[in-house]
Design a protein around this ligand. Structure first.
Ligand code: FMN
Length: 373
C-alpha cells in the first residue's frame, strides 16, 4: 500500500497504545495521552496527571513516556508495521513529545525485539521480600550491556555485598524520612494509594495497596501514617529510616541506572526507553524488579531547580545523600544516578497487577480508521 493512503486499523491502534500503557510510571499515574491521525501516532504528556511534587518539571513523566514509546516501538515491529520514530522535544504541554509515522505493513517479517515483545504483558513491579539469593553474573553482565544501548547514554551500576546493601538501605531510609516529613510529599504519597478494591476499580490508576505485598500489621501501620500530624509526632525518624532495610538486604543486586550527560527532557526520554528494555530483559530472565526512586527525583529538584519546594536543610541533606549514592556505586562525578532499583532472583510473583485506564480514555482518534485488521 502507498504510504499516503496507508491507515492504521482500529485494532492496530488499540494494540499499540494498550501495550504502550503497560509501561511503568511513578505512583502508576499513567501520564500519557495519544493522538492518532490515519498513519501518525503522537505521544503527549497528560497535563493533569503529571503535576506531583516528585514529578519536578514533569521530568518523571517524560521518563515514563520514553518507556511508553519503547513499548510502542517493540509492538510496531511485532505487528509488522514499517514506521519512522522521532523524539520531537518538550516545548509545551499541548505539543507532542514524540511521533510515529507509519508507512505500510511489511511483507517480510523483521522484528528486532521478538523476545521483549512477549514480556510487555508480563513485566510487573515486584515488591515482595526475598532471601538475598545472588543472580548469576552473566545475567548481570547482559543487563549492563542492554543499559548501554541507544548510543551509550546510560550505564547500569550494581552492588550485591551485604555491607553495601546496608549502606544503600540507610541512604534510602533517609530519603523516605524526608518524604514522610514533608507535608506536600506526604499528602501526595498517600493520595496515590488505593486502599480497597472499589477505589482500585474506580480509578484504575494509583498504587493498589495489595501490590505493596505488606503483612496486615504493616498495612495498619501505613493507614495510621497517612495522618501527617500522627506520622510526625509518633513515628521516630529512626523507625521510618529503617523501613527499606529488609527489602534491600533481601534483594540480589541493588542497582542504579545512570545518565552520563545532562539531565534534560530528551535524555530522560531515552533513559525511559532504556529502562523499559532493561526491565523487559529482566522479566525474560525471571527476575523481580522494584524501583526505589524517591532520592533521584529529589536530586533533580535540588540540583536543577534549587529553591523550589525544599528547605535549605532538606536540600543540603538530599545533595549529601546523592553524593553517598555515587560513592557507593563508584560512579564518576559527571554521571547522574537517575533510577535506583532492586533486582531479585525469584519464582514468587505478585498475585495482583496494577490496573491501567482503558486505552480509549487517553487516545484521541482524529479520522475514521478501518475497522478490519
Ligand atoms: C519513575 C518511576 C518511579 C517509580 N518509583 C517507585 C518507587 O519508588 N517504589 C516502588 O515500589 N515503585 C516505584 N515505581 C513503580 C511504579 O509504582 C509502577 O510502575 C506502577 O505502580 C505500575 O505498576 P507495574 O510496574 O506493576 O505495572 C516507579 C516507576 C517509575 C517509572
Amino acid at each position: 500500500m502507498e504510504s499516503e493512503a496507508f491507515q492504521l486499523t482500529k485494532s492496530e491502534i488499540e494494540r499499540l497504545v494498550t501495550l504502550g500503557s503497560l509501561a511503568p510510571s511513578g505512583g502508576n499515574i499513567q501520564p500519557w495521552r495519544v493522538v492518532v491521525a490515519s498513519r501518525t501516532l503522537e505521544i503527549y504528556l497528560d497535563c493533569v496527571r503529571s503535576t506531583s511534587f516528585i514529578d519536578v518539571e514533569r521530568y518523571a513523566s517524560i521518563f515514563s513516556l520514553g518507556s511508553f514509546a519503547e513499548n510502542v516501538i517493540i509492538a510496531s515491529e511485532a505487528l509488522g508495521l514499517v514506521y519512522d520514530f522521532r523524539f520531537i522535544g518538550y516545548e509545551s504541554i499541548d505539543k507532542p513529545l514524540a511521533k510515529f509515522e507509519y508507512y505500510r505493513r511489511s511483507t517480510v517479517q523483521v522484528n528486532n525485539f521478538p523476545l521483549l515483545y512477549n514480556q510487555i504483558e508480563k513485566r510487573i513491579t515486584n515488591r515482595k521480600l526475598f532471601d538475598g539469593k545472588i543472580i548469576e553474573q552473566d545475567l548481570i553482565d547482559n543487563l549492563k550491556k542492554v543499559a548501554t544501548q541507544l548510543d551509550g547514554l546510560c550505564e547500569l551500576w550494581t552492588i550485591s555485598s551485604e555491607q553495601d546493601k546496608k549502606i544503600a538501605a540507610q541512604i534510602l531510609g533517609k530519603a523516605d524520612r524526608i518524604r514522610m516529613h514533608h507535608p506536600k510529599l506526604h499528602e501526595q504519597m498517600f493520595g496515590e494509594l488505593r486502599w480497597n478494591k472499589q477505589q482500585v476499580e474506580q480509578t484504575q490508576d494509583g498504587i493498589d495497596i495489595d501490590t505493596l505485598e505488606l503483612p496486615t500489621v504493616a498495612v495498619k501501620l501505613l493507614s495510621i501514617l497517612r495522618y501527617y500530624k500522627v506520622a510526625r509526632r509518633f513515628f521516630p525518624q529512626k523507625v521510618i529510616e529503617s523501613m527499606p532495610k529488609s527489602s534491600v538486604l533481601g534483594c540480589s543486586h541493588f542497582c542504579c541506572l545512570s545518565v552520563k550527560c545532562e539531565i534534560n527532557p530528551e535524555n530522560l526520554f531515552i533513559a525511559g526507553r532504556i529502562l523499559q528494555r532493561l526491565w523487559l530483559t529482566a522479566t525474560e530472565y525471571n527476575l523481580a524488579v522494584q524501583p526505589w526512586t524517591v532520592l533521584p527525583f529529589f536530586l533533580i529538584r535540588t540540583i536543577l531547580f534549587p529553591g523550589s519546594g525544599f528547605s535549605e536543610a532538606e536540600e543540603h541533606e538530599v545533595r549529601e545523600l546523592g553524593q553517598k549514592i555515587k560513592t557507593l556505586f563508584g560512579m564518576p562525578q559527571d554521571s547522574f544516578p537517575l533510577f535506583l532499583f532492586r533486582i531479585s532472583k525469584t519464582s514468587d510473583f505478585p498475585s495482583v497487577r496494577s490496573l491501567r485506564v482503558p486505552w480509549e480514555m487517553f487516545t484521541e482518534i482524529k479520522n475514521q480508521v478501518e475497522q478490519c485488521n
